[in-house]
Structure formats: C-alpha cells, structure tokens
Design a binder for this molecule. Structure first.
Ligand code: PA5
Length: 444
C-alpha cells in the first residue's frame, strides 16, 4: 500500500469495544459508498473519476497548459475553496514552496480567494510587463470573491491585449451548461473546461479544476491520474484492511472519546497548502448538524516551537494524524566541522532527513505520553503519482468518515448564511428583506 496506517502507539487509547465499533463503522461506510445509497449520493462522481474521466477533455487540458507555458510568464488562477486549494496544494507539494522563484519557469499567482484590496493590487502589480494568462474556476459561476477578481482581470486583459487576444488567454473552468461564467464564456469565446455535475468543489482537484493549473505548472498530470487509479483499486476493498476505512474509523473512535479536534501534522514545509486543502475537505464535509471533528494543522518541527506546548499539555480534546514522507525529495548532509564550536559534532555527516525523522519519532512519543493519540500515515516519498494517490485516499477517508459520523459529507448548507447577509448588506437585488434588521445589529 502506498499509504501505511501505523497504529503502533494507539493501543493505550483503544479497547476491544473500540475494535468492534471500528469494524462495524467500516462495513457501514463501505455499504453506503459502494451501493451509492448514502446521503448526498448525487455527488459520488469522484469515486470512479480516475478511470472514467473524459480523455478528450484531459488532452485539451494538456494542450492549454502547454500554450500557457509557451506564451505566458504568469498564470493567474482565480477561484476560492475547492476551486483553488487543490491546485495550490499540488503545485507546492510537487514543485516546492518557492515554486514562483524558479528562474525561467511560469509563475502562478492565485486570486479571487479573498476580498483584500491590498492583495488584489499586489497581484496586479506583479503582472506589469509580463505576459499573462488567466484561468477562472467556479463551479457555480456565481461566487462573489472570484467574480470580483475576474471582473478586474477581464478588464485588465482586454486593456493589455485587446478583446480578441484576451479571449485566447482566458480559460474558464465551470459547469458544463449553466451559470453566469458559462454564459460569459460562450459570448466571449473563451476555452472552457468542465466541473462534472456529480463532483463537489472540495472533491474536484483531479478534474480540470485542479489539473489545468497543475499541468501549467509543469507537473505530470498523467502520473497524478495513475496514482489516483491505483488508489481507486486499492481502496475499493471492505473492512479495516482498507487504509482509508481504517483511518476514518480511528478518527471516529477518538471523536467518540471526546477528542474533537484533529491536527494534521506534516514535517515538510511544502505540505502547508496541502493541509489547507485537507482542512477544507474535512471541515466542510463533516462540520454540520451540531457534529464534526474540527480539522487543524501544524508544520513540525517549526510549530513544535509554537503549538507544541499546547499539544503536549493543553486541553486533552486532541488527536494528531501525522502524514510522514519517509524519504525527502533531496537529501542534505550536515557538514562536519573540526572546531566543533557549536557542539554539534554528534551530528557530523548525519543526513538532515534522519534528524527530521528522529524529531517526528520524539514528538510522537512525547505527545502520546501526554494523552494525545497519534495516527501515523506513512508514505515513502512525494511525487506526482503519490499526490494523486493521496488525494483519493483522503477523499475516500473523508466520505467514509462523514457516513460513520452520520452526516451528508457532500453538502455545505452552512456556507450560504454569510453570503445571504453579505448580499443583503451590499444591496444585491432580491436580498432587500433582511437588510434593515442586519444593519441594526452592525458594529460601526
Ligand atoms: O467545496 C465546495 O463546494 C466549496 O468550497 C466551493 O468549492 C467554493 O465555495 C467555491 O465554489 P464555486 O466553485 O462554485 O465558486
């Protein structure tokens, strides 16, 4: 298995009843996912997508990515939530956090994932004197944040290139038939890519939503899909032998014991955005009906010097899930120094990855002794194949975990509430009713 669920240090937290519950929970989730009879079952397309995606669309993605790399210095990716986190996570994991500083390579900046005027100004300033392409991604085609950013960049592109050339540099990823963005794309003649009807935003990274920016970044999307296909096969089996169900069942056992916060732990800074993707996936899928594990994330050893104190001795409502890559992308050997003025002679010629692994093992034992169960997901190394595998692994785990918890893991009704308030306060037609009562409660 590409993902190895290591439960070696969990025995003190689990008893026989827990084992029985986990077996039952895994069977329950498998029945619902394989029969397609669970809540939200019109959003199960991600389960078979790695084998059933449209090869013609996939080829167009590769062709567009090549064109963008050939004719642009910068790609602006406009989207929010599931429409950008997957691509960002892949690019950072596969190319490293400094991907935008690599000489001669396409730079990729993300916009429309916030409503900060300063951020927008800074991204636009970066475009000056550079050749630009834009990929706007929105399944609904109506989300306010990306809609504002796209209005800005559409005008910018038309001013820079003229309407006709701008149209050749703007790529739209949205619903196949409906939405404002689709209608606009049809009028302007933008090339469009499809977000499948039966795949929700946070489960969509392996569709054109993620694949176009990822391919434009120069990552191997064939290998990503092969990894996802392998995961689809490996993770189709029932029971706790299936690592996705095993992980999901462990999460739910700890939740039932009052461990209501899960901290995803990474030991590679390149994983920081992947953790953001993970947080959205699990947070939106499970946090509803007054239930849900709160997903948090840390990057060790960096955060051992900030959050480490809380984890070791704070409120005992935590469990950790450590996603550990056994081998680094590149090794570095600590140099020897005869003077030994820093007292580090015991680390002469030791690989840095070995020290990182010892840090992982040391924190794991300390936190376990401090009452924080540590689930370990061990993976050999990060590459495009493994990325595709991991995405599918977490999607399957998340869907299974949601069913174990008794929620619909594919909707997000709560996201609407702030939008309704915002539209009313901004004066959007059709939202006048609430405006007065909301204004009366505003803080100046
Ligand atoms: O997972 C989800 O469905 C959401 O997080 C969406 O991805 C997010 O709200 C953006 O929606 P849209 O792609 O419709 O603009």
């Amino acid at each position: 298995m590409i993902v190895n669920v290591v439960d070696k240090n969990l025995c003190s937290f689990l008893d026989e009843q827990d084992q029985a519950y986990m077996q039952q929970a895994a069977e329950h989730a498998h029945t619902l996912l394989s029969s397609g009879k669970g809540a939200g079952n019109d959003f199960l397309g991600w389960q078979t997508y790695p084998e059933q995606y449209d090869p013609a669309e996939f080829s167009r993605v590769k062709k567009a990515a090549k064109k963008i790399r050939d004719d642009s210095d910068i790609l602006i990716v406009i989207g929010i939530g599931g429409s950008y986190l997957g691509a960002l996570s892949a690019i950072e994991l596969l190319k490293g956090r400094f991907y935008n500083l690599k000489q001669g390579d396409l730079q990729i900046f993300f916009a429309g994932n916030n409503i900060s005027a300063s951020y927008l100004n800074e991204v636009m300033a970066l475009c000056e004197g550079k050749e630009i392409s834009v990929n706007v991604i929105s399944k609904s085609g109506t989300t306010t944040e990306p809609a504002i950013a796209f209005r800005v960049f559409k005008q910018y592109m038309e001013k820079r290139y003229g309407r006709k050339e701008a149209a050749k540099r703007i790529y739209v990823t949205t619903d196949r038939h409906k939405g404002t963005l689709k209608a606009l794309a049809d009028v302007e003649g933008y090339e469009t890519f499809v977000v499948p009807d039966d795949i929700g935003g946070r489960y969509s990274v392996l569709t054109s939503v993620g694949l176009l920016p990822i391919a434009a970044a120069g990552c191997d999307i064939d290998a990503i899909m092969q990894g996802a296909q392998q995961a689809m096969k490996d993770l189709s089996v029932p029971g706790l032998e299936n690592p996705a169900y095993h992980y999901a069942a462990l999460r739910n056992v700890f939740y039932r014991k009052g461990k209501t916060t899960e901290i995803l732990v990474g030991y590679e800074p390149d994983m920081v955005s992947f953790a953001e993707w993970f947080k959205q996936l699990f947070g939106e899928s499970e946090g509803k009906d007054g239930k849900g594990i709160f997903p948090a994330a840390v990057c060790f050893s960096t955060d051992l010097h900030s959050m480490g104190q809380y984890i070791q001795q704070g409120l005992r409502n935590l469990f950790e899930t450590v996603l550990f890559f056994k081998y680094p992308k590149q090794e570095y050997i600590i140099p020897s120094d005869d003077a030994n003025a820093d007292g580090l002679a015991f680390l002469d010629k030791v690989p840095v990855s070995k020290v990182n692994r010892i840090a992982f093992q040391s924190a794991l034992l300390a936190h376990t002794d401090g009452g924080v169960p540590n689930i370990v997901l061990e993976v050999d190394r990060i590459d495009a194949f493994t990325y595709g595998y991991l995405v599918y692994f977490f999607e399957k785990s998340c869907a299974a975990s949601g069913y174990m918890l008794g929620v619909n893991p594919f909707n997000q009704p709560g996201v609407e509430d702030y939008k309704v308030n915002m539209f009313a306060l901004l004066g959007k037609p059709g939202y006048e009713q609430n405006r007065k009562s909301l204004e009366a409660r505003l803080i100046d």
